[in-house]
Design a protein around this ligand. Structure first.
Ligand code: ADP
Ligand code: GLC
Length: 475
């Protein structure tokens, strides 16, 4: 089976969030099941090295105002198809945002071009390789089904939702420049409250829809979570599946992680303490014995970290510490930086994006806090499980599906791996932190949870099989 992935991010090359981790990991898992995946990805500056050693497979003299080409290259075990269109993708800074922090004004054309080229490849534009199916990820790739439908193609498509909060909504005037027929602006396709929605269009036209956890699949049909597309999701419920994300077990392995001073396994859990000391040093924290919580996150409303700011005094009253690595909302960055000054030695904050440091944090922390208001899947709790760093999570989306709450029954049965809380309020979070500190004070119980967490299957095996079964129904 040959599959084309179309996506705007792919780890380790270009990453702003979990989408990249998933795109960088699923193809490897599918390969072991005998499926070839090629990933169509914009050739951002971060990929210039790969671009330079690739082979040109397709040339487009004019793609929305400039020449473009598709270049094939194999890198880090992934088969990439790079869309080289310098006028659209060769820009410094964030891949979605200009220097002023708002969306690039031509994002519709940039990602419309990505979808257009994905559809051309699906219809046989590359010599010698035609995919049996296209899996389009998030709004940036959501027009693949539209271009295919407009051309009368029957190549099957799967639309994967990683986060329905991002929908790619533009004025209807973009349809002309995108080269899409006017009938795409209808209520059963991309029309959305008088504007044109990339994601809605893809969701209406794709053969199947997946999202990244079973709970989020259900939540998407609920007005509280559907972000205005709950009706679309209800209409398409028969074609909607939730497949939980996994993680790359080679990249996230506490026994071999090159980014941590003291590698450890479930049998040498004690060595985690050396990583804790290193982490405390890195964040200017005292070598206190209480639980060390960490946060590794985009700082946005989704992630609920405004709640954490409010409950910090109570976290510290338990003798706990906090190390936070994040970037995003400027006000929240400022508030956490202020908290670090105010509670110096107990709260450490690094504003920025640092992949290596995120590994040390997973290895050195006792627990990881994820108080998200919604979370399609979430990956940091999965890294936490693998590193014996107990996830303390809001009971929503993939967080609800991957962490087993340490309630009395689960503790008795010996199956707890973390702490869940609901509702997602300051009181809920405060109680979860209190419960976690209490469990931390019972070393045997805590170590039992850590060992179970580390043994939990968080790789891609089962989920890659689920994708494959779904793909097979379409081919
Ligand atoms: P989302 O995709 O919504 O941001 P996920 O939990 O799925 O949430 O994925 C986030 C990914 O980005 C994880 O791999 C996490 O480790 C990483 N990450 C988030 N913020 C940072 C940061 N400031 N520095 C390094 N890695 C980060
Ligand atoms: C999105 C979601 C996150 C998910 C990731 C990968 O960014 O916010 O929950 O884990 O995509 O699917």
């Amino acid at each position: 089976m040959n599959i084309l992935f179309v996506a705007s991010e792919c780890a380790p090359f270009i990453k702003t969030g979990g989408l990249a981790d998933v795109i960088g990991a699923v193809p490897k898992a599918l390969k072991t099941l005998g499926t070839k995946v090629r990933i169509l990805l914009p050739a951002y500056p971060a990929l210039s090295g790969e671009l330079a050693r690739g082979t040109e497979l397709m040339a487009l003299p004019d793609l929305h105002g400039g020449p473009a080409r598709v270049v094939a290259v194999t890198a880090r075990g992934l088969d990439l198809l790079l869309l080289d269109a310098p006028h659209l993708f060769d820009r410094a800074g964030n891949i979605y945002l200009g220097p002023d922090g708002t969306d690039w004004p031509d994002n519709a054309l940039r990602f419309g071009a990505l979808s257009y080229v994905g559809a051309q490849i699906a219809m046989g534009a590359l010599d010698g390789w035609t995919p049996d199916l296209v899996n389009a990820h998030d709004w940036q790739a959501a027009l693949v089904p539209a271009y295919l439908a407009a051309a009368g193609s029957t190549v099957p498509t799967v639309m994967t939702i990683h986060n329905i909060a991002f929908q790619g909504v533009f004025d209807a005037g973009v349809l002309g420049p995108l080269g899409l027929p006017a009938d795409m602006f209808s209520v059963d396709k991309g029309e959305y409250y008088g504007r044109f929605s990339f994601l809605k269009c893809g969701l209406m036209l794709a053969a199947k829809i997946t999202t990244v956890s079973p709970t989020y699949a259900r939540e998407l049909m609920d007005p509280d979570f559907g972000m205005g597309l709950d009706g679309v999701m209800q209409a398409r419920r028969a074609d909607l599946t939730g497949i939980v994300n996994g993680i790359d077990l080679d990249v996230w392995n506490p026994e071999t992680d090159p980014g941590i001073p003291s590698p450890y396994s479930v049998r040498s859990l004690k060595k985690k303490a050396q990583n804790k000391s290193a982490l405390q040093d890195r964040f200017g924290l005292t070598h206190a014995d209480g639980p060390l919580f960490c946060v590794i996150s985009r700082l946005t409303t989704q992630k609920g970290l405004d709640l954490l700011l409010k409950v910090l005094p109570s976290l510290l009253a338990h003798g706990a510490q906090l190390a936070l690595l994040g970037t995003g909302d400027k006000e929240m960055e400022q508030a956490f930086a202020n908290a670090a000054r105010r509670y110096s030695g107990q709260v450490g904050v690094i504003i920025g994006y640092d992949e290596n440091l995120s590994h040390l944090m997973q290895a050195g922390s006792d627990a990881i806090l994820i108080p998200s208001r919604f979370e399609p899947c979430g990956l940091t709790q999965l890294y936490g499980l693998r590193y014996g760093t107990i996830p303390v999570v809001a009971r929503t989306g993939g967080l609800a599906d991957t962490v087993i709450d340490a309630n009395l029954a689960a503790l008795d049965a010996g199956c707890a791996t973390g702490v869940q809380f609901a509702p997602v309020t300051t009181v809920g979070l405060e109680q979860a932190i209190a419960r976690t500190c209490d469990l931390f004070g019972q070393p045997k119980t805590w170590a039992g949870m850590q060992r179970r967490a580390m043994r939990q299957a968080v790789g891609w095996d089962a989920s890659a099989r689920a994708y494959l079964s779904l793909f097979e129904t379409l081919i």
